[in-house]
Design a protein around this ligand. Structure first.
Ligand code: HEM
Length: 344
């Protein structure tokens, strides 16, 4: 078993290797060849039966007071899949009545998808599900759809769209409060903090021999829809990369929001590593297809074929699965034997 979990410290052992079970990253070639992050399991719900208490009144991210009378038929809508992950973690997954394209959790597979053409909310599909509570974070729209749903009498709670590892606890607390289970929110937070502390120590150990952090970029690609963007701090990218011991090339290039990944922008960016989503990579013809896009092959990452893919809903995960998701990413970066020509 590669993952952390054994924090017994051997007497006299090197502080860089807190556990003898942890692999030695010394041999890994950090900067060449493609790698894939392992798929992590679905969210593990907290033990015990939740017993939501209503009504609750909260102040949501709009600064608006919202009173929630029930949460029997929940929609948790955001582009990252964070809000649904937290709902599952709280043990309220059986109350979710729909999902978005970003919710790839096996436990949500049976639910109807309320997004169309990627990430557009379908008002009619949502109405048909008769939700009593919608949690969203403005990353899915159009906004008019949410306004329309709210004026039809559905309770709508807006949660912050900010994504960073240090903000996961607040996201958990806000979702738990809206779902009438604040104490379970605290339980989820403390479980997360324990797991994240362990994962962080492990990731630091893996990355410990890099003196100057290599630079990396997260590219969002959907080949068949003509979508190709550089993601930035606005999607939590600098936080994600920083936690992996990498520098965010987009921040260094002054990029915010989503910027078209054209040849000029990629030349400016010139990352050592490129991260993409697995299905996104497939949609553009895999590694070969990505490298054939203007400007990609000219970057350092492109020259070295240093492209790391992770399951789509796992790459930008800022919820209960983040410790596992970042561990899988770090192992792909620092451990996986990789070489473009198939040799070590
Ligand atoms: C489709 C995830 C951001 C545009 C998808 C799919 C997933 C996904 C899982 C379905 C892929 C498949 O089943 O083949 C995410 C996540 C995002 C994100 C996790 C951010 C955290 C974006 C952004 C855009 C976008 C920012 C546009 C600027 C699209 C489009 C499709 C799509 C157009 C449909 C592609 C098609 O049907 O051919 N996304 N996405 N996504 N996404 Fe995203």
């Amino acid at each position: 078993e590669d993952s952390p979990g054994d924090d017994t410290q051997e007497e006299g052992s090197d502080s860089a290797a807190p556990s003898e079970n942890w692999p030695d990253p010394a041999d890994a070639s950090l900067l060449t060849g493609p790698a894939s992050a392992a798929e992590i399991p679905d969210v593990e719900p907290l033990p015990g039966e939740p017993d939501p208490q209503f009504p609750v009144t909260i102040t949501d991210d709009r600064g608006q007071e919202v009173t929630i009378d029930s949460a029997d038929r929940i929609l948790a809508l955001d582009i990252y899949g964070t809000l649904s992950d937290i709902t599952l973690g709280l043990g309220l997954g059986d109350r979710l009545v729909g999902r978005t394209v970003s919710d790839e959790n096996p436990s949500m597979e049976h639910l109807p998808n309320v997004t169309v053409s990627g990430h557009t909310l379908n008002a009619e599909a949502i109405m048909e599900l008769q939700p009593d509570l919608i949690l969203h974070d403005t990353t899915l729209g159009p906004r008019e759809v949410l306004e329309q749903l709210e004026s039809s009498g559905i309770t709508v709670v807006q949660i912050t769209p900010d994504r960073e590892l240090d903000g996961v606890d607040d996201l958990m607390r806000d979702v738990a409060a809206s779902l009438g289970v604040p104490e379970r929110g605290e339980e989820l937070v403390s479980q997360f903090e324990t797991e994240w502390d362990e994962a962080q120590a492990y990731i630091e150990h893996l990355g410990s021999d890099t003196e100057v952090p290599p630079s990396a970029a997260v590219l969002y690609v959907r080949g068949n829809a003509g979508v190709f963007f550089i993601m930035s701090e606005d999607n939590g990218v600098n936080d994600l990369l920083g936690n992996l011991g990498l520098a965010d090339a987009a921040t260094e290039a002054g990029i915010t929001g989503l910027q078209p990944a054209n040849a000029e922008a990629l030349a400016d960016l010139n990352p050592d590593l490129i991260f993409v989503m697995t299905k996104g990579l497939e949609s553009t013809g895999g590694l070969e297809g990505l490298l054939a896009r203007p400007g990609v092959a000219q970057t350092t990452a492109g020259q070295n074929q240093r492209v790391i893919d992770a399951p789509d809903s796992q790459l930008l995960s800022f919820g209960p699965r983040s410790p596992q998701a970042l561990t899988a990413l770090a192992e792909a970066v620092y451990l996986e034997p990789h070489a473009a020509d198939g040799t070590q």
